[in-house]
Design a protein. Sequence first.
Lengths: 626, 106
Amino acid sequence: MEKKLALVLLLAPFCGFLFNVFLGKKAGKSISGIIGTLSVLISFFATTYFFALLQSTGQPVQVDLFQWISLEKFNIDFSFLLDQLSILWLLFVTGIGTLIHMYSISYMHDDENMHKFFAYLNLFVFFMITLVMGSNLLIMFIGWEGVGLCSYLLIGFWYKNQEYNDAAKKAFIMNRIGDLGLLIGLFILGYLFHTLDYATLKTSILSNSAVLSNPLLSIAALCLFIGACGKSAQIPLYTWLPDAMAGPTPVSALIHAATMVTAGIFMVTRMHFLFDLTPYVQDIIAIVGTITAVVAASIGLVQTDIKKVLAYSTVSQLGLMFLALGLGAYEVAVFHVITHAFFKACLFLGSGSVIHALHGEQDMRRMGGLRKAMPVTFWTMMISTLAIAGIFPFAGFWSKDEILMTAFHGNIVLWVIGSIASIMTAFYMFRLMYLTFFQEFRGTEEQKHHLHESPSLITIPLIILAFLAAIGGLISLPGNSWLNHYLEPFFNKAHEAHHLGATEYTLMAIATAGALLGIGIAYSKYIKQNQLPAEDSEIKGIAKVLYNKYYVDEAYEALFVNPLYKVSHFFRKYVEEAVSGFVFGLGKLTNEIGNQGKSVQNGSIGLYLFAFVIGVSSILIYLFLV
Amino acid sequence: MDNILQEIGMENYIYLSVILFCIGVFGVLYRRNAIIMFMSIEIMLNAVNLLFVAFSTYHQDAQGQVFVFFSMAVAAAEVAVGLAILVSIFRNLNSIDIDNLKNLKG
C-alpha cells in the first residue's frame, strides 16, 4: 500500500508531463492546464497521507524498488525514503506547486505553447520529488540534474528572444560548475565509505572515528557545498539567478524562489552528520552565506525591474539560510526555507499579477498607484512584504529572528552583517511596494485604461499564500517549536528549547527596530519626498556600482569568459589548424604517392614482367642469401 | 643410372639448368614478340624439369620424375590455351607485339 502510494506520489506529475507532451496540444489549453494542476494535487494529497502516517506511527517509510548498481563492494538501491525531512519538503513543493500550476492556467493562457509550459512544469515537480524522496545521494543527483534541466527549459521558455536563451544557458552552465563539485563530493564519499545511502553513510561516518582525521572528508563536504552554491545561488555562483528571471513569472515563483533553489539547503541538511564533523567547512558556509546575504541585498536596493528586486532578495534570503546552516542550526534554516517559500512565492505571483495587468511592463519606474486598481494583489503582497521584512507577527519575523539569534550566539560579526542585510531587505521591499502601488500611475494612458484586477485563478493562490505567509511562523514559535520537535527524530537529538531571556527579547526588539528603520527610510524617500529611481543613464556614484551589480558579470566576463574564448580561439586557429594540417597532409601525401604510382601501371606488359622478375629475384635473394 | 651422373657431373646439370632458366628470363624480358616470349617461358619450364630429373636421379627417388610428367602435361595444356589466346589476339590486332597490348592500362 505504502509502496504504491509512494509511486503515485512520484509518478503523478510524470504522467501529467507525458499527457501534456503528447496530447496537450490536441486537448486544448484549459484541459492541459487542469491535468497539469491535478497531477500535482494528487502528489500533494499522497504527501499529506504520508504526513499523517508519520505523525501517527513516527516511523519513516522506506520504499525499495530494485537494486540499481551492484558492484563488489558498492551497492546502490533504487529506493525512496519518506522521513520527517523529505515529507516536510514534499509538503511545500507539491502544495505550493499546485497553487502555482493553478495560477499558471490563467497567467499563461495567452501563450500558444501553454501545453509545453505545463509539461515542463510537471516534469520539474517530478524531478523535485525525486530529489527530495531519494534515499541515497545518487537518486538525489538524478533529481538534482533534472530540476536543473527543467530550470533551463523554463528560463528559455520564450525561446524566440535571444537574451532569454542566453540567460537559460548561463543558468545551466553555472549550475554545471556546482554540479561538478557535487559529483566530486559524491565520488569521494563513495570512495571512503563504499555507499551513498543516507542511513548507511550516517552510521559509517559516526562509527568510524579514524576517518575523521582524513582530509578527504572535509574536501568531500566542501565539494558538496560547492554543489549547493551552484543550485542555491550563493557567491560566487549566484549570478545566474537574477538572469533566470527571464522565464515566465510562475517559473520564477516555483523554481527560482520556493523549491529548486532550496535544494542546496535540503542537501546540506540531509548530510548534516557530515557537515557537523567538518567545522572548517561549516565556517566557510556561514561566511559565504552572510556575504551573499549582504551583497545581494545591497544590489537589490537600486534595481528597478520588479522581478530583479525579488531575485536579489531571494539570493539574499538564501544566504541567510546558509548562515544558519553554517552555524549548525539546520532546523532554523529549514524553518526559514518554509516561510520563505510562502512569502516569496506570494511576492513573485503578485509581481506576475502586476506584470500581467500592465501587459508585460516590469520597470517599477513605469508603475505606481496600482493599489486601487488591484486591491487583492496589493494586500496579499503587502502581507508578504511585511513577512519578508520581519515585522511581528508575520512568518518571516519568526524565522529571520531565529537565524539572527543563532548568529548572535555563534559569532557577533555574522549577526551584525546579517542584521544589516535584514534592514536592507526591509528597505528594498517597501521601496518595491511604494513604487508599484502608491502615488500616481506613471505608465501610458493606454495601460491605465486597461488596468484591472487579475482573475480569480490568479488571486486565489495569492490569498492562500499570503495567509500562509501571515501565520507560517506558528510552526516554530520560540520556546515551543512544533517544527523542532517534529524534526527531532531526523537529527537524532533532542532540541534544546531556546531559553527566552532578556537577550532574546532585546534581539527581537533590535531586529524589529531595524526593519522599521528600513521601512522608514523607504517611506521618507518614496512617499514623502516622492522620489523616483533615476533613469539608467543618470545613475551615478555608488548607486551606479550597485545598479550594475558590482560589475560582477563584467568581472566574470573578463576573468573567465573572455580568457576562455581566447583559449578556444587559440585552439581553433592554431592547434586545430596544426592538427588538421597534419591529418590533411597525410591524406595529400597518400594521394600524391598514388598519383605518381599511377604512371607505373601503364599497361606495358614488358614493364610488368620486369617488375615481376625483379620482385621474385629480390625475394629469393633475401630468403637465401641474406 | 649412376653412370650417367658419374660421366657428367651433377653440377653440370645445375649449370645447364640455370643457364637455360636465365635465357628464358631474358627472353621474356627483352623480346616483344608474344610467341617468342611464350617459347622463353617454355625454356624456363624445361630448365626446371631438367633439374627435377637430375635431382631425382641423384637421390634415387622416382618422385621427381613423376612430377616432371605432371609438369609437362600441364605445360602442354597451357600451351594449347596460350596459343589459342595468341591467335585470337592476332585476329583482333593483326599483331602479336606486346607493346600493342595496352588495354590493361590503369
